[in-house]
Design a protein around this ligand. Structure first.
Ligand SMILES: Cc1cc2nc3c(=O)[nH]c(=O)nc-3n(C[C@H](O)[C@H](O)[C@H](O)COP(=O)(O)OP(=O)(O)OC[C@H]3O[C@@H](n4cnc5c(N)ncnc54)[C@H](O)[C@@H]3O)c2cc1C
Length: 338
């Protein structure tokens, strides 16, 4: 059923108050097709919605927001791995924990990332050294203009750091309906991230006999200690991508700031955006309704449930200050609508 003039505040984790002209929750492929043809008849733009944890509403949306509620999760373990077929409306964390509970390894580092399965490929979600593309097999998506279903392989998706073809060349052309993953049978734990390593040492766990469930538990604890929960303090997770720079820029910044936090990424370097924002003096600063989290400078928070303009204004001020101080450009991670 398509409803008119719906408040999207409960549908975005930044809790920004903004209305959508039309709203539909779809639970079957036919309902999705009907919603798309409604939008086509009225020439409305479309906002595909999962959990709303990676969007910034800069004003009212003049189109049709489609909450993708397709359900279905098939898990086939094999050795320490196996295959997973998940409909777009399944919760990402539920998928991770369902695989871990069956002894399957490969997704544990991605535990507790908010949102739904259908959004995971959009920005190739990643955490603690693992990205979706490392476990990805294929996906099914409905073409918005025709209602036809298409299959995409990993190479079709053109995955990169917090990026995919669906944020670039094919933006706004498809709604993802199903994601298929393949987890290797010869699973090996990946716990090289310092915070994860430290947690494991503190627990006294033997690194040679770690299980996927232990690591998922460690990731959950570390994340809970560092990141604010959106239902307590509205936020969209990391607000900026970690800027990727060449070795010359990295060396020059490192010479000026010996404690700069950065990670090698092939021939380039990924600078910790949180470190840059913190060092520029923004951590814990409040601008009326919005602010920068006191523990994690990469997270913009909206405790006063301010407008999208307030959030984007703060983001612009931070990015401009970081540019002035370090000569580095920060790019927002969430997508702005409309
Ligand atoms: C506290 C917190 C921590 C986070 N930590 C991480 C992290 O560690 N790593 C990480 O990568 N991300 C992280 N995120 C960001 C976010 O959780 C992910 O990007 C997640 O995949 C978004 O899912 P969602 O369902 O909420 O998407 P939404 O916010 O609803 O949508 C995000 C984008 O995807 C599009 N979209 C959604 N569903 C579909 C679909 N079915 N088909 C086509 N397009 C669709 C939307 O139109 C929008 O452009 C975090 C966010 C929060 C709030």
């Amino acid at each position: 059923m398509i409803e008119a003039n719906i408040d999207l505040q409960p549908h975005n984790t930044l809790a920004i108050p903004a209305n959508t002209a039309f709203f539909a929750r779809v639970e079957t492929l036919d309902e999705l097709r009907e919603a798309l043809s409604f939008a086509q008849q009225k020439r409305l733009p479309i906002l595909p919605l999962g959990g709303g944890s990676n969007i910034v509403l800069t004003g009212d949306f003049p189109g049709l927001a489609i909450q993708v509620g397709l359900r279905g999760l098939t898990i086939a373990p094999s050795g320490r791995g196996g295959t997973i077929e998940a409909a777009a409306g399944e919760g990402w964390h539920r998928l991770v924990m369902s695989s871990v509970e069956r002894g399957m390894g490969g997704l544990e580092n991605l535990a507790l990332i908010p949102g739904n399965v259908g959004a995971a490929p959009i920005q190739n979600i990643g955490a603690y050294g693992v990205e979706l593309c490392d476990r990805f097999c294929s996906l099914q998506a409905m073409e918005i203009s025709t209602g036809e279903l298409h299959q995409f392989s990993a190479s079709d998706c053109e995955f990169a750091y917090r990026d995919s073809v669906f944020k670039g060349r094919l933006q706004d052309q498809y709604i993802i309906t199903q994601v298929n993953l393949r987890l290797a049978e010869d699973w090996q734990p990946k716990v090289s991230y310092p915070a994860l390593q430290q947690f494991i040492e503190q627990q006294g766990w033997d690194c040679n006999s770690l299980t996927p469930a232990q690591i998922a538990g460690a990731v959950t604890d570390v994340r809970n200690s560092k990141l604010p929960l959106p239902d307590q303090i509205p936020n969209a997770g990391s607000f900026f991508k970690n800027p990727v720079v060449n070795a010359d820029i990295y060396q020059s910044l490192k010479a000026q700031h010996p404690d700069l936090v950065a990670y090698a990424s092939g021939a380039s370097w990924k600078l910790a955006a949180g470190w840059l924002i913190d060092r520029a003096g923004w951590r814990g600063r409040r601008h009326e309704a919005v602010g920068v989290h006191h523990q994690q400078a990469l997270v913009l928070v909206n405790p006063g449930r301010g407008s999208g303009d307030a959030v984007t204004g703060l983001a612009r001020a931070i990015a401009s200050d970081v540019q002035d101080k370090f000569g580095v450009t920060l790019e927002p991670e969430p997508r702005y609508y409309p």
